[in-house]
Design a binder for this molecule. Structure first.
Ligand code: C2E
Ligand code: MG
Ligand code: MG
Ligand code: MG
Length: 288
């Protein structure tokens, strides 16, 4: 009968379910254990001013140096950290570490950090940042928070209030992965962004898809008209860098200009790669 069939079905599925839940619990426990042991660290990826080619700052990207599994990318643990709430402690670590790194960098350089929607909606978020800034000596305008549209869809009034308070504290706010959400354009006028980061899917399509150049150019023109600072993500080729710089992009970020790396390495790597890439770009521009 149905009752019996249901029970049998349950028996069939249970081992798989248990295994998934068990894996997630183990990962959660590992995060909790690993954070105080210093297993988490920030990599830095350079952001380069266009067209001068000088480094203007870095994006901080979280990595987990797991004792058994080695270096783990954020895509493999942030979703679990978000569901379990561990993202709050991780996010706090990222902010503190970013402030610490900023203290050791030239004053003209900025660092951006990614903020999870779960972190953004936490009632203590603004207060924790306020405390952090009070304890730190850095100029708050050197710290940029990158948020995605997923933060904004949920609860407009709350998001507006949080963003206004962050602006009052002097932080810069960037809209990350611009163009991938549903209402990107209306968000630009409704919320107090300083920066938009053009999603790398658009950069990737440059020169390959018919409408890509028109889309990228209109994002840059609109953003510039609204007084926003425009950053392009995922710049991998010199052709892309040249096009974006000529179209009026303010900053470039991507493997061409430097991969995310441990802070000491990030700073060394850039000098070589960026100098070469942008010197070439400038040369070819002069030849046209
Ligand atoms: P995102 O904020 O859009 O970061 C850019 C991602 O693109 C990074 O991946 C970076 O390594 C990668 N990338 C940079 N340049 C290129 C390029 O030229 N080509 C390609 N194909 N990829 C490039 P990563 O480090 O794996 O981070 C993935 C995502 O994880 C980030 O996307 C961000 O949403 C999230 N994330 C990273 N760190 C943190 C963090 O500290 N907190 C939170 N909440 N999320 C984080
Ligand atoms: Mg980002
Ligand atoms: Mg992005
Ligand atoms: Mg992203």
């Amino acid at each position: 009968n149905a009752k019996k069939a249901g029970r049998n079905t349950w028996r069939v599925f249970r081992p798989g379910m248990d295994e998934l839940i068990e894996k997630r619990r183990a990962l959660e426990a590992d995060i909790e254990r690993g954070l105080p042991r210093g297993e988490f660290l920030l990599y830095l990826q350079p952001r380069v001013a266009a067209p001068s080619g000088t480094i203007s700052g870095y994006e901080a990207l979280l990595r987990w140096n797991h004792p058994v599994r080695g270096m783990i990318q954020p895509g493999d643990f942030i979703p679990v950290a978000e569901v379990s709430g561990k993202i709050i402690a991780l996010g706090q670590f990222v902010l503190e570490e970013a402030c610490r790194l900023l203290q050791g960098l030239e004053e003209r350089l900025h660092v951006s950090v990614n903020v999870s929607p779960v972190q953004f909606r936490h009632p203590d978020f603004v207060r924790d940042i306020q405390d952090l800034l009070r304890r730190s000596t850095i100029d708050p305008s050197r710290l940029e928070l990158e948020i995605t549209e997923s933060v904004l869809i949920e609860d407009d009034d709350h998001a507006t209030a949080v963003l206004d308070q962050l602006k009052t504290l002097g932080l810069r706010i960037a809209l990350d992965d611009f163009g991938t959400g549903y209402s990107s354009l209306s968000y630009l006028s409704r919320y107090p962004f300083d920066v938009i980061k053009i999603d790398r899917s658009f950069v990737d399509a440059l020169g390959r898809e018919d409408n890509a150049t028109a889309i990228v150019r209109s994002i840059i023109d609109l953003g510039t008209a609204l007084g926003l600072h425009i950053v392009a993500e995922g710049v991998e080729t010199l052709d892309q860098a040249r096009y974006l710089a000529d179209a009026g992009c303010d900053e470039l970020q991507g493997y061409l200009l430097g991969r995310p790396a441990a802070p000491e390495l990030a700073i060394r790597q850039i000098d070589r790669d960026v100098a070469r890439a942008l010197r070439q770009a400038a040369l070819s521009r002069n030849q046209v």
